[in-house]
Design a protein around this ligand. Structure first.
Ligand code: CUA
Length: 353
């Protein structure tokens, strides 16, 4: 897991991620009522119907291409051994064969047939995955790719969050799939959670759809899979699959209005007077910007900057002070606040649980 996260996060971000941060991340995942560990996102460890189908197809393709490899490599090794130079060879060129209709037909028709078989098998799987209509009980989520984070909206539940997708477990006996509508606010991104579904491009001015039906509770990680600028590697996706009850609990918490803690009023007023509110929304306040992540329940998330750094008060303070020091290229400007104001705004944001 450590290796994976480090690979996923760009080298610039790696500096910001200490071993302690990673340990904290794994523990936080565990505390969320999920599995004890976050699984490595291998397509060979699927947990959702589209991912099972992709593994099946991969094994079929590996099987066919493996046989081809064995035949070709076997014949090559045989030819090398059987016809190698021996002592006493006369040094003449062996007989050359030109224009054999049989041989040429064989090496044209057989590969074409293999390609047709691979094409048909793949098409069958693609249609089987894409043809599934959204069931009435399906959860609808809209994901908007941004440079460089993921906006996550639950239109029917009235929830808006960022970078961390929460979905209910889908029991095969009583399926509750999640249908994702993918949109982009700027450039082409690609949504990919290897254990749950295939990759799907996230394209400006085009809406793509994908679905997942996670059959094992736990945490899953994914990553933007289409180069989208400097922080392409800083677009981590964290998925938590909850039991039905836990998901309802999470949704209720997210639906609650932002906390209005009297102790941090000064910070709240300061925040409302700053340009923060042009980009960020906090439900129930004058902050209703849409360019940056919704902060209504900021502290319910494990990371800030889409997986770049763990979500702690110290890191929030450092982020407000200068996001680029943690995530070079981040579009949020350094807020240039006085130390006192920085403390007030941090205290307010940290109260948003
Ligand atoms: Cu977004 Cu790569």
């Amino acid at each position: 897991m450590t290796v994976l996260i480090r690979l996923m996060l760009g080298s610039a971000c790696r500096r910001a991620l200490s071993a302690a941060t990673l340990a904290g991340f794994v523990i936080a995942t565990a505390a969320a009522g999920a599995d004890r560990t976050v699984q490595t996102p291998s397509i060979f460890a699927p947990a959702s119907a589209p991912a099972y189908a992709i593994r099946e197809l991969t094994l079929i393709v590996f099987g066919i291409t493996g046989v081809i490899f064995l035949v070709v490599a076997g014949l090559t090794v045989y030819a090398i051994m059987r016809f190698r130079r021996r002592r006493g060879d006369d040094g003449r060129e062996p007989p050359q064969v030109y224009g054999s209709l049989q041989i040429e037909l064989a090496w044209t028709v057989v590969p074409i047939l293999i390609v047709v078989v691979l094409f048909l098998v793949t098409t069958r799987y693609i249609f089987a995955i894409e043809g599934r209509p959204p069931a009435p009980e399906a959860l609808e989520v809209t994901i908007v790719g941004h440079q460089w984070w993921w906006e996550i909206r639950y239109p029917k539940l009235g929830i808006v969050t960022a970078n961390e997708l929460h979905v209910p477990l889908s029991d095969p006996a009583r399926p509750t799939p999640t249908f994702l509508t993918l949109q982009s606010a700027d450039v082409i991104h690609s949504f990919w959670i290897p254990q749950l579904a295939g990759k799907m491009d996230v394209i400006p001015n085009k809406t793509n759809r994908i679905w997942i039906d996670p059959q094992k509770p736990g945490g899953y990680v994914g990553q933007c899979a289409e180069y989208c600028g400097l922080q392409h590697a800083g677009m981590l996706l964290i998925v938590t699959v909850h039991s039905r009850e836990d998901f309802a609990k999470w949704a209720a918490e997210q639906q609650a209005p932002a906390r209005d803690d009297a102790g941090v009023r000064a910070g709240r007023e300061l925040f409302s007077s700053l340009s923060c509110i042009n980009c960020h929304a906090i439900r129930g306040t004058t902050a209703n910007g849409v360019f940056g992540p919704d902060l209504t329940h900021l502290m319910s998330r494990w990371t800030i900057g889409a997986g770049v750094i763990q979500n702690t008060p110290e890191n929030i303070r450092a982020w407000i002070d200068d996001p680029a020091s943690l995530k070079p290229g981040a579009l949020m400007p350094a807020m240039k606040l006085s130390r006192g104001d920085l403390d007030k705004v941090t205290a307010y944001l940290v109260s948003l649980r």
